[in-house]
Design a protein around this ligand. Structure first.
Ligand SMILES: Cc1ncc(COP(=O)(O)O)c(C=O)c1O
Length: 448
């Protein structure tokens, strides 16, 4: 393979970077709290590919964790960033008004159905911050304190968002005393039913999650105290769990009945990944507040919430904000990303290519019993790995498999306890999807 050793100057050291050297330096200085799914050092990215410092190419199925919707370093996004950087890098939304901020809010709400298309928004720096903004808004405007969240749900790691996260106790280890007032109920996970039923399709769901929610309202959380229900329309980190069709309508009705706000966490599902601009659109219900992050910044840090205007209008001046929230460079990168997605109809491509990926893995299952449940929507695809008895393999083993996949030229993360997570750029072609399936199958055969 061609060797491209990069001549660079970093941190005052002139010279060449090799992957091994960079990884060794990283280990010396970066906290081990940051887990790495691969042992690859990324030198550059282009489209659906990442390259290491030796020039090796990898299919990027992580896409910056479901973020780089138009691929790495799209020339139009690069130009938009450079143009904005040459014009205004930062001035802060608390100090005055900025065109990229206003245009981003106008664009986000224009993608939403009524009444959110006439709603109001504010911008922050990340998905977690968006979630915390949504929770603050809900508490502030309802005057209530309690929040219903879901086991298998993921909303971020800072201590407010973490209080709503229920996908792994490891995120909460030694962190007692998180934001109070959050009660968790099981997400309808028909593949691993919390109520002891065997795996089944969501349309044949046992439905006991409804009785459980009612029990929590009867015994723990008085409906008059319920400020919000926060939910991912498809559980992401928790395992790409597609819930039954009546799940969001049930929650909508519960919120209407109790006066709580329905918060859709679309940080991962939003912006076209599932085939619609927002995954709640598959359900026919409209939430009161939508939390956004990841793809909306085109690869730069940006988050935000869009909410009904009547709710936002009750939030008083200076109730919330942040120094960098809605940074003009991040907004321009996001706006250009959305423009490209619209011109190229990428949500539709996500449906087509996602189906192709799923069909590929389902077909491969016959010769490869390690492939268990294959599920998802659009380009959110999970492939469960199972042992010879059909039981999920351990999380540690999945992590090892992901490390060995990198040796076959595919970069990815996991979701849920035992699934490979495919969340590539939405520009992936069907032919590339076939190549990815072939590489993953080859790697799985090698690990046995
Ligand atoms: C659904 C969901 N909400 C919130 C977050 C937190 O976003 P961030 O990591 O940008 O803070 C994530 C991140 O993976 C997510 O998937």
């Amino acid at each position: 393979m061609t060797q491209h050793i990069h001549d660079v100057t970093t941190n005052g050291r002139a010279g060449q970077i090799t992957s091994a050297d960079l990884i060794a330096r990283d280990r010396e200085v970066v906290s081990p709290a940051i887990y790495r799914y691969t042992e690859i050092a990324f030198a550059r990215g282009e489209g659906v590919f990442l390259y290491d410092f030796e020039g090796n190419r990898y299919y990027d199925m992580a896409a910056g964790i479901a973020t780089m919707n138009v691929g790495h370093c799209h020339p139009r996004v690069v130009r938009a960033i450079a143009d904005q950087a040459a014009t205004l890098i930062h001035a802060a939304s608390h100090v005055g008004y900025m065109a990229p901020y206003v245009e981003m809010v106008e664009t986000l709400r224009s993608l939403m159905p009524a009444p959110l298309n006439a709603g109001k928004a504010l911008l922050v720096n990340s998905g977690s911050e968006a979630v915390e903004s949504a929770l603050k808004l809900a508490r502030a405007v309802t005057g209530r304190s309690m929040v219903l969240a879901f086991i298998d749900g993921f909303h971020g790691r800072p201590m407010g968002a973490l209080a709503a996260t229920g996908s792994s106790s490891s995120y909460r280890r030694h962190l007692g005393g998180l934001l109070s007032g959050v009660e968790h109920v099981p997400y309808p996970n028909c593949g691993r039913c919390a109520f002891g039923h065997g795996p089944r399709e969501p349309q044949n769901c046992c439905g006991q999650w409804r009785a459980f929610i009612q029990m929590v309202l009867d015994k723990l959380v008085h409906p008059d105290d319920l400020a919000a229900v926060i939910v991912e329309p498809i559980a992401g980190e928790g395992g790409y769990i597609v819930p039954p069709d009546d799940f969001l309508p049930f929650l909508r009705e519960l919120c209407d009945r109790t006066g709580a706000l329905l918060i859709a966490d679309e940080v991962q599902t939003g912006l076209g990944r599932t085939g619609r601009w927002f995954a709640f659109e598959h359900s026919g219900v409209v939430p009161d507040v939508v939390a956004l992050g990841k793809a909306i910044g085109g690869g730069l840090p940006l988050g935000g919430i869009v909410a009904r205007a009547d709710l936002m209008n009750r939030w008083w001046p200076a109730a919330h904000g942040s120094t960098f929230g809605g940074n003009p460079v991040a907004c321009r990168a996001g706006l250009e990303t959305i423009a490209i997605m619209q011109e190229e109809n990428l949500p539709e491509n996500a449906v087509r290519v996602g189906a192709r990926l799923m069909r590929g893995f389902e077909a491969a299952r016959a010769g490869l019993p390690m492939i268990g449940d294959v599920r998802g929507r659009g380009l959110m695809v999970a492939v469960d790995l199972v042992d010879e008895h059909g039981q999920p393999i351990s999380t540690e083993r999945v992590k090892q498999v992901i490390k060995s996949l990198a040796k076959h030229g595919v970069v990815m993360t996991k979701c849920g306890p035992s699934a490979l997570r495919f969340a590539p750029a939405l520009i992936l072609t069907e032919q590339q999807a076939d190549e990815v399936v072939a590489l993953v199958v080859e790697a799985l055969k090698a690990v046995g």
